[in-house]
Ligand binder design. Structure first.
Ligand SMILES: [Cu+2]
Length: 351
């Protein structure tokens, strides 16, 4: 009898403990993080002309969404435009029907409608989100997603601060018009950025043999980027500043949300370290410069080398322009200009 009572007491204790532990777990870990994202038109002026962008909550890029691994995301996307839209969560592990690609995962978000996305955050790192409808991404519907690991942390040692920069390309012309021009096979954009290929430029750039071979094969002139962009942007501006003291160590998350631009990243004349790529931590790699493809994310460890404002320059691969991230304080130390690629050597073997 005594033994039986003792057993019951033990059961009661274990159940109570399990329930309490569950409650504690719920309150300390399983947070629900809510975001309201409204997509609407906005007039912007990047290059002397007012043009119509599509923005999320009125900003370009869209607001950075912060989560912690284990959170439940509740993201309400409202479409205030007069055309359908969508948001795709790029690189996020989630159930297929939450992935946001119209006609693949669920119907588009129609004009005036809202859609609530709900999913559990199962990873950490740097990711991004963007419209998956028509050419809306080119118009400004993109933003970063930053997920911290499960252990609660703000800026982890040995970093003194953390920043996120979204790189993008901007053209004043309506992207649908751009696509029409490209499909017509016109030289319009190569003329606009001065990269058109003809007999004279072939002679000047030592590319006569290459141009002759291309002509024989009836191949049109190739360029690294088909489009002549009006501006390259870092967090929605040609340049952005991250204030830091000499010796400080910065964790810099980069997202390439461009539609058609790869960038070469170079930090003045200093080394930097890649510590994560596409959300995954990697063995730290010290590097002088690197090429960043469309839709990639990288996390860099950057030490402010001395007194000065040092330029981390993102140069478009075709050499047609760049955006700048200035890091530090004081007088400016620019990154060196990169040599423009020779369009007559693009099919040469790599050195
Ligand atoms: Cu994507």
């Amino acid at each position: 009898m005594f033994r039986f009572n003792n057993h019951l007491w033990l059961m009661h204790f274990l159940i109570t403990a399990a329930v309490c532990f569950g409650i504690i777990q719920n309150t300390s870990f399983a947070r629900t993080v809510e975001y309201d994202l409204t997509i609407d038109y906005k007039t912007v002026r990047f290059n002397a002309i007012n043009t119509q962008a599509m923005t999320v909550n009125g900003t370009l890029p869209a607001p950075t969404l912060y989560f912690q691994e284990g959170d439940t995301a509740h993201i309400l996307v409202t479409n205030n435009m007069d055309v359908a839209t969508s948001i795709h969560w790029h690189g996020i592990l989630l159930p297929n029907h939450q992935d946001g690609v119209p006609y693949v995962n669920h119907p588009p978000i129609q004009a005036g409608d809202s859609h609530l996305f709900t999913f559990t955050i199962k990873q950490s790192g740097t990711y991004w989100y963007h419209s998956h409808t028509g050419l809306q991404e080119q118009r400004g519907v993109y933003g970063a997603i930053v997920i911290s690991p499960k252990q609660a942390q703000t800026v982890p040692a040995p970093f003194d601060q953390e920043a996120t920069v979204v790189l993008s390309d901007w053209i004043n012309e309506n992207p649908d018009e751009v696509l029409r021009t490209l499909k017509s096979g016109s030289d319009y954009y190569s003329i606009k950025k001065g990269s058109q290929q003809n007999l004279l430029s072939a002679i000047q750039q030592d590319g006569l043999a290459y141009a002759f071979k291309q002509a024989l094969q009836r191949m049109p002139a190739m360029d690294i980027s088909d489009i002549a962009y009006d501006k390259f942007l870092a967090n929605g501006q040609p340049e952005t500043i991250i204030s830091a003291k000499p010796g400080e160590i910065l964790k810099l998350r980069l997202v390439n949300a461009s539609t058609a631009t790869y960038y070469t990243l170079q930090f003045a004349n200093n080394a930097m370290e890649i510590i994560a790529a596409d959300g995954m931590d990697v063995e730290p790699l010290a590097i002088n410069h690197f090429l960043m493809a469309i839709a990639e994310t990288y996390t860099l460890r950057i030490k402010v080398p001395a007194q000065g404002l040092f330029e981390l320059r993102a140069t478009a691969q075709d050499g047609s322009g760049y955006s700048s991230i200035w890091i530090g304080s004081g007088s400016r130390v620019a990154a060196p200009d990169r040599e423009k690629p020779n369009p007559y050597q693009m099919s040469m073997p790599m050195p």
